[in-house]
Design a protein around this ligand. Structure first.
Ligand code: SF4
Length: 275
């Protein structure tokens, strides 16, 4: 795809069917998303990462695709700025870059010391530990369900149990990193929003609230999924309850830190398109 084609792609997808900004506060789980046909981000992704190979992080095709996206985005931004009479290069002076870097370092420090983020990091590690220590339990469960399926015991549905367990694992693994990443963005945005005009924020909504909301949704789903694992692995009850309690505390702390997050309106998801 040539540089100029990004603009063509944007124009091509600038239609009434698209939901503007639907990708801003989604869970990035495109294969389960009802809005793939209405999402510009999905369309662009399909263009640059059309097959399995190009979506594989271990494959050069992925990094090549990513490089192309960044290069095209930069070229398009420069072009759009020129059209608006803005000379980006003139704005990018050594002084402005140094000021920006100093400011970013300060913000990074604040984020790193955030108890919320530390709790999210701890959760991510707890999940890894739990799965590592449960390998034997999963093997035993798989054998148990296979035996039950073979025996065909009336009133039992081992296939359904296996599917719901796999679903619980997939959900937990999907949100394990997502929660931390979205909380990091929420905290960063909240710091940056301190310098913004309240009218502007009122008009566009606070990115901090939107990001916190999607993190909270990830926690809600994960808590439900942990409930399924709690029932399936009674011998891991103590460890599972510890994680559940930690995640619930993180959820409550996030709600306290971002009291308006739950009410944030996400384009597409909260504006009636799902009905
Ligand atoms: S809105 Fe849906 S299709 Fe678009 S990026 Fe998010 S999950 Fe993927």
């Amino acid at each position: 795809m040539a540089d100029a084609d990004l603009r063509s792609l944007l124009e091509e997808n600038d239609n009434d069917n698209n939901i503007e900004g639907v990708y801003n506060y989604c869970n990035r789980w495109c294969e389960r998303c009802p809005f793939t046909e209405r999402c510009l981000n999905y369309a662009i992704g399909l263009e640059h990462f059309p097959d399995e190979e190009s979506r594989d992080l271990n494959n050069e095709a992925f990094w090549q695709g990513l490089h192309t996206v960044f290069a095209q985005t930069k070229a398009l931004l420069v072009q759009m700025a020129q059209e608006q009479g803005v000379d980006l290069e003139a704005l990018d002076t050594p002084e402005s870059r140094a000021a920006w870097q100093a400011r970013e370092a300060e913000v990074d420090e604040q984020i790193e010391s955030s108890p919320l983020l530390n709790a999210a990091e701890a959760y991510r590690q707890m999940v890894d530990n739990w799965f590592r220590e449960s390998e034997e339990g999963f093997r035993a469960k798989s054998e148990e369900l296979t035996t039950l399926a073979r025996l065909g015991v009336a009133g039992l549905n081992p296939e359904a149990t296996a599917i719901s367990l796999a679903e619980a694992v997939e959900i937990i693994r999907w949100y394990q990193f997502f929660i931390e990443v979205k909380l990091m963005r929420a905290i960063r945005s909240a710091i940056n929003e301190q310098d913004e005009e309240p009218e502007m924020l009122a008009e566009s909504g606070r990115d901090s609230d939107g990001s916190a909301k999607i993190a909270l949704i990830g926690m809600d789903h994960s808590i439900g999924a942990w409930g399924a694992l709690l029932r399936a692995f009674p011998d891991r009850e103590t460890e599972t309850l510890t994680i559940l309690a930690h995640l619930d505390r993180l959820r409550r702390a996030t709600e306290r830190e971002f009291p308006n997050a739950r009410a944030f309106v996400c384009a597409g998801w909260d504006t009636g398109e799902l009905e």
